[in-house]
Design a protein around this ligand. Structure first.
Ligand SMILES: [Zn+2]
Length: 261
């Protein structure tokens, strides 16, 4: 299985999300070619992305806001080795925000990646050395170019502030979500769990919301006699749960004892 949210600068390719996603062989429209110049190892060295200079951005920055409005969130799926970002499921109208100041370096419609359907993407660079937030809006259905554009509230090259509303997720199905990555100029090879870039209080809020949403999901499943689903222990995980097909009751007990979920 391919990883989720794999990004290769230079060709701007991003793999789809795990969890049943598959790549849709549609041709992207309005694709902004990603061009990255500069070494990315020195501050304010003149790095540009898609022709936009990052030299006015700070060399380092901590993310001080959640990248989404918590009110619309229905479920959160964590980072793990095969899933390089965090998924935020929302109801229609889920609001997504910039977690820090930055500049919009990519706006893309019809990405052809992620869940089947119509997906769009926004990227915001936060530092002159290339740290960026990448939002892949996976609609779980088909919408027009006009609808995609109407839900993207920033333009290429815009300067944004922490907490600025940058886009909405049009949820057309039960699996609609935003796959959120935080990447550096090296892209996938150096990808880390997004949480490591956030202030500790924001990370804690996010972690608590993850726990709450997983509990709500499991309570609903139990009420419907479908049973709880083993969950990863937190938003950033170095381990994978074994395939559920091979998990036995004693194994589940052992995993629980090791606080793996
Ligand atoms: Zn994802």
């Amino acid at each position: 299985m391919i990883g989720c949210g794999a990004v290769l600068f230079g060709i701007g390719a991003v793999a789809g999300c795990a969890g049943g996603d598959s790549t849709t062989p549609t041709t992207p429209t309005s694709v902004e070619p990603t061009t990255l110049t500069g070494t990315g190892t020195t501050n304010n060295s003149g790095m540009t992305v898609n022709g936009i200079s990052l030299s006015e951005l700070p060399a380092t920055q901590t993310m001080t806001m959640l990248p989404f409005d918590t009110s619309g969130v229905t479920l959160i799926s964590p980072y793990k080795p095969s899933h390089t970002g965090i998924d935020i499921n929302t109801i229609t109208g889920g609001r997504f925000l910039s977690p820090a100041s930055g500049v919009v370096t990519l706006v893309q419609l019809n990405t052809g990646q992620g869940r089947p359907g119509t997906n769009y993407r926004v990227r915001i660079h936060h530092t002159s050395t290339g740290i960026n937030s990448l939002y892949h809006f996976e609609v779980d259905g088909a919408i027009s170019d006009q609808m995609q554009q109407a839900n993207i509230l920033v333009d290429l090259g815009d300067q944004v502030t922490a907490g600025q509303h940058i886009g909405n997720l049009m949820s057309q199905g039960p699996h609609a979500h935003v796959h959120y990555d935080m990447l550096d100029a090296g892209g996938r090879a150096t990808v880390r769990c997004p949480i490591v870039y956030f202030a500790s209080d924001v990370a804690e809020t996010w972690e608590n919301l993850y726990d709450q949403k997983i509990k709500e999901r499991d309570d609903a499943r139990i009420a419907e006699n479908r049973g709880a689903v083993p969950s990863l222990p937190n938003l950033c995980n170095d381990v994978e749960l074994p395939s559920l097909r091979f998990v036995t009751a004693p194994m589940i007990l052992r995993l629980r004892n090791h606080k793996l979920f």
